[in-house]
Design a protein around this ligand. Structure first.
Ligand code: FES
Ligand SMILES: [Fe+2]
Length: 322
């Protein structure tokens, strides 16, 4: 395939997604890779193809003693540099191809073997100061090309349709949109009506949402969209990540951070229930976006323009002028 945005930094996983000594398979720009993390926190990545007879290494297992991945077919072992284990030691030239990673603050980035054209953004590191990582939500493949998937993250009119039922958003007042190169920022306020009792029972985190939610979006094209809001219970911050798996398939996941304080948290279990529920509603938001994007008919030139759609032209230009 033609790689999407070659040279862009892609965040392919948060450390917590890998587990310990377990193969983790992912696809970036048409190529499969296997990642694993050892008990010491070192992270390795190889192309997923065994150099012997092309078995998928991700179906194999990690040998903790040798710090290697074992192929599921004939059980040959390779270290993180792709070297074959012989007589108890990995030596010689690498045979399996390695994927170069940059690990920063538990975030795993890669250029997918391309020459870097943008630095790895420090947006997440600067924004999450003072927050606690609560988990990953909505790790999904979207059956759609990258441009369509990224556009929904920049489209601040879609709340009124796509997320209407979940949050009962009636209107979204956009106060600010500014952009500089690949960085952009939006300040907006969602106006909501009450949820029904049934909706609240199914999703207790809805109780934490006020009628007006002032919130901000910070963008670092093309991988990262940060949503942050001040709720009565404290601050929440979601990092929406995208990377291209194939020409018509895009991966998304959300890193959820919170800085929540409430006297209610003195009651055992309340905090855990609330955090779980916040992660669940984030997963629901992602599902709604995924469905909305995957269901679109083939692209045409829009015959209607909504107010404040300039941000969509901005992101489309970044993509097309890459
Ligand atoms: S195919 Fe991997 S060891 Fe043979
Ligand atoms: Fe959305």
């Amino acid at each position: 395939m033609n790689p999407t945005l070659p040279g862009a930094p892609w965040m392919i996983a948060h450390r917590s997604m890998l587990g310990i000594n377990k193969p983790y398979k992912l696809t970036l720009n048409g190529q499969d890779y296997v990642l694993w993390q050892n008990r010491g926190g070192e992270i390795f990545a190889l192309e997923n193809v065994c150099p012997h007879m092309q078995a998928p290494l991700s179906d194999g297992w990690i040998c903790e003693a040798n710090n290697t991945i074992t192929c599921p077919y004939h059980a040959l072992e390779f270290d993180g540099a792709g070297r074959l284990l012989k007589d108890g030691a990995a030596k010689g030239e690498p045979l399996a191809d390695k994927l170069d990673l940059v690990v920063q603050d538990d975030l795993i980035w890669t250029y997918g073997g391309h020459e870097p054209r943008l630095p790895i953004p420090d947006l997440i590191s600067t924004q999450i100061k003072g927050f606690r990582f609560l988990g990953v939500a909505g790790n999904k493949s979207i059956q759609a090309e990258f441009l369509r998937c990224i556009k929904i993250n920049y489209d601040f009119n879609h709340q009124n349709g796509v997320h209407r039922e979940l949050f009962r958003i009636q209107a979204n007042l956009v106060e600010l949109f500014e952009q500089k190169g690949v960085a952009a920022r939006v300040v907006q306020t969602f106006l909501r009506t009450e949820n029904t009792v049934n909706e609240i029972l199914q999703n207790p985190s809805l109780l934490t949402l006020p009628k007006q939610i002032k919130n901000e979006l910070e963008y670092s094209f093309p991988s990262t969209t940060i949503f942050k809001a001040q709720l009565p219970l404290g601050k929440v911050l979601q990092v929406f990540i995208l990377y291209p798996e194939a020409e018509q398939r895009t991966r998304t996941f959300v890193l959820f951070y919170g800085n929540l304080q409430s006297p209610l948290f003195l009651i055992p279990g309340v905090k855990a229930v609330l955090e779980r529920s916040l992660l669940d509603s984030t997963a629901k938001v992602v599902e709604q976006d995924v469905r909305a994007v995957a269901d679109l008919y083939p692209a045409q030139k829009p015959k209607i323009r909504l107010p404040k759609e300039e941000i969509l032209l901005y992101v489309e230009q970044l993509y097309r002028n890459w």
